[in-house]
Design a protein around this ligand. Structure first.
Ligand SMILES: Cc1cc2nc3c(=O)[nH]c(=O)nc-3n(C[C@H](O)[C@H](O)[C@H](O)COP(=O)(O)O)c2cc1C
Length: 372
């Protein structure tokens, strides 16, 4: 199976399954002399770690990351820095329960990749889904931590803005709130309502979907590329490559279709700092595939968790109709743990865009241009 690598100059390859000895990533193309400790990456992995509230799976995956290569102490400072060589990242698998999956060895779980992997490869790892398992996203988070170090001036934050049919009130948006509730929800009031809603979903053994918004601030103008390398297309590809993601929006997204040109096109004025000031950000910080200097805003929707307690109809790999009831420990809404994963994917795209921009154009263009 190929296609385990993401990025161009900042390239990440992940490997491993949920039921092997461990999972890992190779981050290639990271510039040298960037201070990097495992603790820098652990912060983000701890945000993704399951079992932190009753609203995520009770699997216990401590996800302690080790840096296996690509770093050494800087002789001048003694601090551990990147050397410009491949950075190997490793996480041991410690909470596997293959017996949870024994009964569905030959059966295809609705909403999972079981049938498609089997019909494509003639073999599938039924113990947790193998490469289709969201366990893989832990390595994206670790690699995303390295990417953030490449673009330290950029702030990347994510929030859950809808759970099931329940949206936040955007007037209540407060970034400080996302650390104060178990949902990464920026609206304190909505978070309270969500607790009641998700408790009901969880107790009935059902599941729900969610919408996650990722915002990158302090992205300078000029990152990204025209045509096939558009920043929006790379963000969409990054999010769409995540498990359970079914839709991606940039800026106004789908809603742009119902706006007029007057409402949607962001007007410009000269700001007090002598730089262009956009009077709105319907574009989500990207025009022509290139960053405008405004916050890059993107959203993705995840489908409801497929593993639910209700008995469902399916078929087995021998061509029989079966009834299937999923056991094991699952997230009632995968959207919660998808927040740090979405942040990581944004970091990977932007670090790559930064390095490519620097490679092609070098220093930033001096704007405004002198009149000739
Ligand atoms: C962070 C995260 C955790 C997930 N955990 C579960 C889970 O516990 N149970 C489940 O059925 N699906 C879970 N998923 C979704 C499945 O991995 C995914 O739906 C499945 O592999 C089929 O792939 P697709 O939905 O991308 O088509 C999770 C997804 C993410 C992003």
């Amino acid at each position: 199976m190929s296609h385990n690598t993401f990025g161009h100059l900042f390239r990440v390859t992940t490997f491993g399954e949920s039921h092997g000895p461990g999972i890992g990533a190779v981050v290639d193309g990271c510039p040298p002399l960037i201070e990097l400790e495992a603790a820098d990456l652990q912060v983000y992995l701890d945000k993704r770690r399951p079992g932190q509230s009753r609203f995520t799976t009770q699997r216990q995956e401590p996800d302690q990351v080790r840096i296996a290569s690509g770093v050494m102490p800087d002789p001048r400072t003694g601090k551990q820095v990147t050397t410009g060589t491949p950075i190997g990242l490793l996480i041991d698998n410690v909470d596997q329960r293959s017996k949870d999956y024994g009964e569905i060895k030959d059966q295809y779980r609705p909403g999972h990749a079981d049938y498609t992997y089997d019909v494509k490869y003639g073999i599938r790892d039924y113990r947790g889904g193998g490469r289709s398992s969201a366990r893989e996203t832990a390595m994206r988070v670790a690699a995303g931590g390295v990417a953030r170090k490449v673009i330290p001036q950029v702030t990347i934050r994510g929030a859950l803005v809808q759970i099931g049919p329940h949206k936040i009130n955007r007037d209540n948006w407060n970034w400080d709130e996302i650390d104060r509730n178990p949902f990464f929800c920026p609206d304190a009031r909505a978070a309270q309502d969500w607790e009641v809603y998700l408790d009901g979903i969880r107790k009935s053994g059902s599941s729900c979907g969610a919408v996650i918004e990722i915002v990158a601030e302090n992205v300078p103008p000029g990152w990204g590329a025209p045509v096939y390398g558009k920043l929006d297309s790379e963000i969409a590809s990054a999010f769409m490559s995540l498990n359970a993601v079914k839709a991606v929006e940039i800026g106004e997204g789908m809603n742009a279709a119902s706006l007029s040109g007057e409402e949607n096109a962001d007007e410009m004025r000269l700001g007090n700092d002598g730089k262009p000031l956009f009077l709105s950000n319907h574009a989500g910080g990207i025009l022509g595939g290139i960053s405008t200097g405004q916050p890059v805003v993107a959203r993705f929707a995840v489908k409801p968790t497929s593993s639910i307690l209700t008995t469902r109809r399916s078929v087995d790999r021998f061509g029989n109709d079966v009834e299937i009831r999923t056991k094991g420990r699952h997230d009632p809404c995968v959207g919660i743990r998808a927040v740090p994963v979405g942040e990581a994917m944004m970091a990977l795209v932007l670090a790559d865009a930064f390095l490519r921009h620097r490679g092609q154009v070098g220093a930033s263009v001096n704007w405004p241009f002198p009149k000739s």
